[in-house]
Design a protein. Structure first.
Lengths: 265, 265
DNA sequence: GAAAAACTGTGATTCAAGTCAAATCATCTA
DNA sequence: TAGATGATTTGACTTGAATCACAGTTTTTC
């Protein structure tokens, strides 16, 4: 059985080494005790700060918890804080005029969001919904601005993070612009494997963050098509579904090829 | 005849007022005389600097000219400068494994690019090609970094600009994720109208920056489909093509509706 | 200004993904 | 654990964009 290896924590442990996870453990503990220093340090943007500065930052943080399915904020709402995902994961999406949702990002522990609202009076450009129980740390706009002016290093880090996000969006855009749905699904599975996968003897086991419908909303296709394509991949021996919430990648090579050739069968 | 009203300069004049254009004229003049102060000021990021700082910035700039069709840089190449479009326009695209190009951005006079390469040693994430004769001002990575540390205000401006670009990408993503091709074309025309359109008595006249094939590559569809959809819109009285490089929007209302309902005919 | 080259439009056909409908499977709850 | 509920899979059919082919048009080049 795979079930014992499958919770999110050991998965990232396996793939990325333990440093992140260790910090996470501390962070969780520190949160229970009311402090935020470690929580803040987990955010790349604040990595350059020393302990004193960190605790100053931490003192401006407000924590909130959400249940699975709760909306953190709605597209169009004013938002005056930088939000850090302390525990859990969320999806960020825009609703199209015909009612579908286009998922733009999946954010996990340590990611931050709301950066575009920190300077001008922009409203949220997407809706954010908890995929599981979530704890967030919110950092007010004013505090963040003051911090930036004091510590240009943080500004530079922020620019780097935004640049990364841009690069990621550009890639998603390229892959949506490409016709083949097979290619998109393969690329999505590769991405999930990195972010939600655990190495097991047979291959990489992915703990899916979204339902079939969620995947469809991320790829701009229908849930039926997702089902059919996955079935086909399973028949072809490329993947094996484990229940409906897990997928085991058996043939990484073929998946990669499919993702790259874009015009696959 | 529309031809007299159609060059890019008066177009933006009509829609956005003359301040930008005036600066542009100065900038062009200043470039001829070897200075760059005005050129630099046109870039929002540097707007907060005073004259002395501006001329310091300008002293680090290298100018280059390109012919229509020239490649400014290729996806994957190392790039160590921030590039400002001084005159002209360019397209930025990624090449998909099957040889198609997915256009990500059209940059015009005053836009900057290459920001993601300013900190880490990232390579260019897209290829940039001149759509007409282009003059660029390049600003070396080292100078820019030094400037950021000295002037946190510039860092903040940069973050704002990047946030805007992210918002734009997110919108493009949403529209590609949506199925209807009619919707995408309508949305593209609305976007072009704002950026490349002039108000004329009959409606808005767009000077197309790209060929049918270019439009197709921006929308992730084929050039034949673009042709057919435009023909249909013309038959429906929504637009009128003026030669093959211009489109006159007659019925903005219908266009808007089509762009929004996403499931149009 | 004529020839060449590149771009554009249109028809016929194909095919992949969408839609609608129903059956099966998984999971949650009492 | 059984039943209820919701999610997933599968099938049949439809639709709309891609592909292929070619004619017409515009733009470039010499």
């Amino acid at each position: 059985m795979y079930t014992q290896r499958v919770s999110l924590e050991p998965i990232r442990y396996v793939l990325y080494g333990i440093t992140e996870r260790k910090t996470m453990a501390n962070c969780r503990r520190c949160a229970i005790h009311g402090g935020h220093a470690f929580c803040v340090r987990r955010v790349p943007v604040f990595a350059a700060l020393d302990d004193k500065e960190l605790s100053h930052v931490a003192s401006h943080i407000h924590q909130r918890t959400y249940q699975k399915g709760d909306i953190l904020f709605l597209e169009g709402e004013p938002l005056h804080a930088l939000i850090i995902i302390h525990t859990g994961s969320v999806k960020a999406y825009k609703t199209t005029p015909d009612g579908r949702e286009q998922i733009l990002y999946l954010f996990q522990t340590g990611d931050f969001l709301g950066e575009q609202n920190l300077f001008e009076n922009h409203n949220a450009s997407y809706t954010v919904e908890a995929l599981e129980n979530v704890i967030t740390c919110a950092f007010s706009r004013d505090s963040f601005q003051a911090l930036l002016l004091e510590h240009p290093v943080i500004a530079i880090k922020t620019i780097e993070e935004l640049s990364k996000r841009i690069a990621q969006l550009e890639n998603t855009l390229k892959s949506l612009g490409v016709r083949s749905v097979d290619g998109r699904i393969a690329a999505l599975l590769m991405d999930y494997a990195e972010r939600f996968g655990a190495i097991v003897p047979e291959g990489v086991l992915i703990q899916l963050p979204l339902s079939r419908e969620g995947i469809a909303n991320q790829l701009g296709i229908t849930r039926e098509t997702v089902s059919r394509k996955l079935s086909r991949m399973e028949n072809g021996g490329v993947i094996r579904t484990v229940g409906s919430k897990r997928i085991l990648i058996l043939d990484r090579q073929t998946l990669e090829t499919t993702a790259n050739q874009m015009n696959a069968i």
